[in-house]
Design a binder for this molecule. Sequence first.
Ligand code: F0G
Length: 405
Amino acid sequence: MADHEVICWDCGANVEDPFVNTCPKCGGLLTVKMDLEPVKEMRPQDLRRDISGVWRYAPFMPVDPSRKVSIQEGGTPLYRTDRLAGELGISEVHVKFEGLNPTGSFKDRGMTIGVSHAKELGVKVVGCASTGNTSASLAAYAAKADLKCAVFLPSGKVAAGKLAQALFYGAKVLSVDGNFDDALDLARKMADEKKLYLLNSINPYRPEGQKSVLFEIMDQLEYDVPDRIILPVGNAANIWAVYKAIQELKEVGWIDKVPMLTGIQAEGSAPVAKAFCSGKRDFVPEENPETIATAIRIGNPVSGRKALHAIYDTGGFSIAVTDEEIIEAQQLIGRKEGICVEPASAASAAGLKKLISTGVADRDERVVCICTGNGLKDPETIIKNSPSPIQCGNSVTDAERILYG
Ligand code: F0G
């Protein structure tokens, strides 16, 4: 485990109490400051002795790997997607497919670190609010770690596969009146009253695990830094985690160039994109967030200010895409590349298309789209937007008529 301390991102104060989620002095957001001196003695190849996955990057992680709670998360493919690139009219696009994590989303990267840390602290009950994927992931890791788990979900707004996962792994599933932001308020109150240990991404250990997606992308590209990395933004911690990983690789001298971090939101749930488009460093919460991409149906992103910092500091960009653009991109990724991503994840490719057509992105850029979750999480949306199955009599004549008719 690397030496580290938890500090306030806003005022820099040291935060000793491991059970607070904001700075006791100023109320600011927390972050982990890693001591990376030992890594400066290493080369990227040294890490390749361990199998691909989050724990390959243990020297960048604030948890002792000998006490890890792991279901072999990370190690996901980075596909070079030339047919998608051709369709978008850009020279080089890669898709990092996070849907192949143990519970089908990138959340497992943060959860292995978060739950391992919870075990180190000796907590017995963990919890989170979620639009679905975080709850599925926490429920699985809590099962593995033998912890009691409560998940707070916005009533009626969680995709079927994600709800099934949380129930299946044995979590207590609380369906809360209101949206994700309301569910998070309740989960935070429970944590403040010490009734559970909160594993939302406001917990600074979660983004530490999520940094590994960037480490892996760099490893897979032989540290040839891409021009741009695009990802969907909801509660806004993942883009911050990717940014933090970039800073750490720069600090240890493994990269000297920075990709433009580009955060895509869904229209109707786009406080970060709106703030960016008006040049602001803080955002105005969206009262009634709406989008078909329920994973990112969030109006008051906890890490919104961190996300904006990440975007500005890397010369990146942020825009919103419509539900129609999201579904179109989801189908494009499936039908050109054979990759099934959920709607929120398709926002990255939808955003890329928009950036190219508006001239923000150059056609000769090397781009990585992070596709954060598996399409099978939300079969209802796929079925609703696909042609119906064709009724067929049990004969070659009938089948042939349908196929060639
Ligand atoms: N993509 C997917 C598939 C997600 O589930 C989420 C967030 C995001 C993107 C956005 O990541 O919040 O770090 O900006 N899902 C959370 C959840 C909110 O509860 O599962 P972010």
